[in-house]
Design a protein around this ligand. Structure first.
Ligand code: UD1
Ligand code: MG
Length: 446
């Protein structure tokens, strides 16, 4: 059966107190809407419509940036969740099931969506995703009798008895497209908020003699974000789960509570992560890598058995070869470091290619930026760049070349050559002692 999804993301999120639309706030380095779209991508939906309103342009830009096949529709006035779904009218004659999701509920898992589709295929006309709430508060209550979902009642419209129900509405709904739009056609705005509620389709479906079901998922999946406090709680929940998954998959972490992953971090096996390592988006780490304490990684790929840190910073485009060593206070950006190369201490490597087994000494700087343009330098295999060398890019250093420390290299160095570019040392016998004496005498006279 073809599947379409509608992601509601038009709300203002006023409690975020932000110029940024709510669904663009990030959890684990990725906007909330990105988390929802990642789950949708995994169930291979045939079509996705994102309903935008507040901050429409920014939200639409992110949605189409993540997946250029999604369509975006505008809800000019936020007149309720049912009204929002009606804006996706291009799906009214879609020949399949629709799943409605919320942009501010980022953790719904693909397996849970598949469970909903299974419940639909088992003969339920409408399937709603519910959860047992520790604190039901303002959630809509799911009214179930004989395993059939009779109605969803918003907290504001609940009776005392209904408020006592702890089985709550996550907001995720699945129904055939034609039925969903037909049911919504009957919804009226007769509630305390004067809005068209998506949740009202359940009572209407029951009145038509149709069958509705509610399935359960873990509360953590349905966590919604309405404030910065919620955002921090959601971040913590994500990290807890990501750390547990990493360890489960063969990663050793001495202090897991101090390690922060991104939503898309990819880790191999037998990796060791020391305390306080931070992963930004788009990091892949292969097997047997050691990430030492206080390293900061984003947009990089680390190959098998490399050793990184402590205190290393890998920025976007850092491609680290197998067995390479990147030591303390080394920053690498847009650079390929080949197998076995070593950059041990206090260096900046930007826009460069470093060949196999080359050694970059302490304090080496790739001067890649002239104030207007960026330039790339290439170092061959097995070269040795002495400490405190400045490589003024673009330069090409050949295989096995040796550069004397403290050099400022502005010209290419051929393979096997020694390059030294600094003033020659001059020793003046006795002069050091005499100068010191003169200075001490001056001080004594003061
Ligand atoms: C909704 C449900 C409630 C459920 C809760 C779960 C309804 C009527 N209520 O309540 O049963 O327990 O979610 O979190 O559906 N949106 C639009 N346009 C609108 C209104 C909302 O796009 O006109 C979007 C919001 O941006 C948000 C989502 O729909 O992503 C949910 O809206 P929200 O106002 O947060 O609904 P709740 O009151 O939380
Ligand atoms: Mg909400």
């Amino acid at each position: 059966m073809p599947i379409a999804t509608i992601i509601l993301a038009a709300g203002q999120g006023s409690r975020m107190n932000s110029d940024l639309p709510k669904v663009l706030h990030k959890i684990a380095g990725v906007p909330m809407l990105g988390h929802v779209m990642a789950s949708v991508a995994q169930i291979e939906a045939d079509k996705t419509v994102v309903v935008v309103g507040h901050g429409a342009q920014q939200v639409a830009a992110l949605a189409t940036d993540i997946d250029e096949t999604v369509s975006v529709t505008q809800q000019d006035v936020q007149n309720g969740t049912g009204h929002a779904v009606l804006q996706a009218s291009e799906l009214a004659d879609f020949d399949g099931d629709i799943i409605v999701l919320y942009g501010d509920t980022p953790f719904i898992q693909p397996d849970t969506l598949t469970d909903m589709l299974t419940a639909r295929a088992a003969g339920n006309d409408v399937v709603v995703l519910g959860f047992e709430a520790t604190n039901p508060g303002g959630y809509g209550r799911l009214i179930v009798t004989d395993n059939k979902l009779q109605a969803i009642v918003e907290a504001k419209d609940c009776t005392e008895a209904q408020l006592a129900v702890s089985f709550c509405n996550s907001g995720v709904v699945c129904a055939p497209a034609a039925l969903l739009f037909s049911l919504l056609g009957d919804v009226e705005a007769n509630n305390k908020n004067g809005e068209i509620y998506l949740t009202d389709i359940i009572a209407i479906a029951n009145a038509r003699g149709l069958t509705c079901a509610a399935i359960h998922c873990a509360e953590v999946e349905t966590m919604g974000v309405n404030s910065r406090q919620d955002l921090a709680v959601a971040e913590a929940a994500f990290q807890r789960q990501a750390r547990a998954a990493a360890m489960e998959n063969g990663v050793t972490m001495t202090a897991p509570e101090t390690v922060f992953f991104a939503q898309d971090t990819v880790l191999g096996r037998d990796i060791t992560i020391e305390p306080n390592v931070f992963f930004g988006p788009d990091v892949t780490v292969e097997n047997n890598v050691t990430l030492k304490a206080f390293s900061h990684l984003e947009g990089c790929h680390i190959s098998e058995a490399a050793q990184i840190g402590p205190f290393a910073r890998l920025r976007p485009g850092a491609e680290i070869g197998g067995d390479a060593r990147i030591g303390n206070f080394v920053e690498i950006k847009a650079a390929q470091i080949d197998q076995g190369a070593k950059i041990g201490h206090l260096a900046y490597v930007g826009d460069a290619h470093i060949g196999e087994d080359t050694n970059i000494g302490a304090g080496v700087i790739f001067c890649n930026y002239d104030g207007v343009f960026k330039h790339k330098s290439t170092i061959g295999k097995n070269a040795f760049i002495g400490s405190n060398t400045a490589l003024v890019s673009p330069v090409v250093i050949g295989d096995n070349a040796l550069i004397g420390s403290g050099s400022v290299i502005t010209k290419d160095v051929p393979a096997d050559a020694l390059a030294v570019s600094r003033a020659r040392q001059e020793n003046k016998p006795g002069m050091g002692h005499r100068m010191m004496q003169r200075l001490r005498n001056l001080k004594a006279k003061k």
